[in-house]
Design a protein around this ligand. Structure first.
Ligand SMILES: NC(=O)c1ccc[n+]([C@@H]2O[C@H](COP(=O)([O-])OP(=O)(O)OC[C@H]3O[C@@H](n4cnc5c(N)ncnc54)[C@H](OP(=O)(O)O)[C@@H]3O)[C@@H](O)[C@H]2O)c1
Length: 299
């Protein structure tokens, strides 16, 4: 089918390519003219602004947005509205907060436009392996867009979660789980790396764990790749960003009175990773020195 893709970054670009390989016609738009030109060279149709995007589609129009969560999504939707009509569909495939998605769905519904939230997982490997899609939509909008989901996902890799907002809700928890899983692998490999008893080969360990072990996983396959390049990760700083979903998962757990210590601590470990030093650790060192005369290290 014919659809538009807005945002040709790491995700939207590869997704456009996979859609075209699957026989869809994709109208592409990005702030970068170079990005548009690249996907036009692969067979896409260029749009040079929001007005052109909607003009190059036929009703019911389907527009997939793949830009950072928050204001960029609201701004993009606002820019599309003048060219949309009743029955058209906007799909947000980024990592938006589900509260925002529910609000957007209600605002668009009042104009007769369908909003679909597609929690999208698969990263830069999705081009080749397909993307797991967790979709929030009305049954009608889901059915209309299903050929797109089928092409983007691997076999059995997409599902209708419920009404708008539910796709991003499920993706939020998916990413919360990812935080905890990453933290557990990270701690295990750090202990192995620190071992004084044995000089262990992390690449060999990751590789063997990927064959039949209980902790084999795609994340551990990526660990095998990373340790193959450099088992000491010497070029990297231990600085870890987050794009919101872990915070939202922890907030949701608190709102629901669900104890989620592993996900919560893995979020806090990321915050700690960004501090060159820890003021709280300094306070503890100072107080231990005050009450017990314990030694401190000077900065
Ligand atoms: N990377 C992943 O593994 C992954 C996985 C699942 C979901 N996601 C989600 O998918 C979305 C896109 O991620 P990505 O990794 O593709 O990011 P990306 O590589 O940074 O690409 C983002 C795209 O959005 C454009 N953009 C940024 N700000 C914009 C604005 N204010 N208005 C219009 N366009 C804007 C960027 O254009 P410029 O180049 O001009 O800035 C770029 O084309 C995010 O919500 C992200 O959280 C990412």
């Amino acid at each position: 089918m014919r659809l538009a893709m807005i945002g040709l970054g790491r995700m939207g670009g590869n997704m456009s390519e996979r859609l075209m390989k699957g026989g869809h016609q994709v109208v592409v738009y990005d702030r970068s003219a170079d990005a548009i030109a690249h996907y036009v060279s692969l067979g896409a149709t260029a749009a040079n602004g929001p007005g052109e995007i909607t003009a190059k589609l036929q009703a019911p129009r389907v527009v997939w947005i793949m830009v950072p969560a928050g204001k960029p999504v609201d701004d993009t939707i606002a820019s599309l509205l003048p060219g949309l009509s009743k029955g058209d569909v906007i799909i947000d495939g980024g990592n938006s907060n589900f509260h925002d998605s529910m609000r957007r769905a209600a605002e668009l519904q009042s104009k007769g436009i369908n909003f679909v939230d597609s929690g999208t997982s698969g990263g830069i490997w999705g081009l080749e392996n397909g993307y797991c899609l967790m979709i929030g939509a009305s049954p009608e909008a889901f059915k209309l867009c299903e050929p797109i989901f089928k092409t983007l996902a691997p076999p059995d890799g997409y599902a209708h979660m419920g009404p708008p907002g539910s796709g991003h809700y499920v993706k939020m928890i998916h990413n919360g789980i990812e935080y905890g899983a990453l933290q557990a692998y990270a701690e295990g490999y750090e202990i192995l790396h620190a071992s004084k008893e044995f000089k262990l080969d992390l690449h060999k360990i990751a590789a063997v764990w990927n064959h039949g072990s209980v902790v084999r996983s795609w994340l551990n396959e990526l660990a095998e790749l990373a340790f193959e390049k450099d088992a000491d990760l010497a070029d990297l700083r231990g600085y870890v960003e987050d794009s919101g979903e872990g915070r939202w998962t922890v907030q949701e757990a608190i709102d629901l009175n669900v104890p989620a210590p592993v996900i919560t601590l893995s979020l806090l470990a990321r915050l700690r990773s960004r501090q060159p030093d820890s003021f709280s650790a300094k306070v503890i060192a100072a107080l231990r020195n005050e009450f017990g005369g314990h030694a401190v290290k000077k900065s």
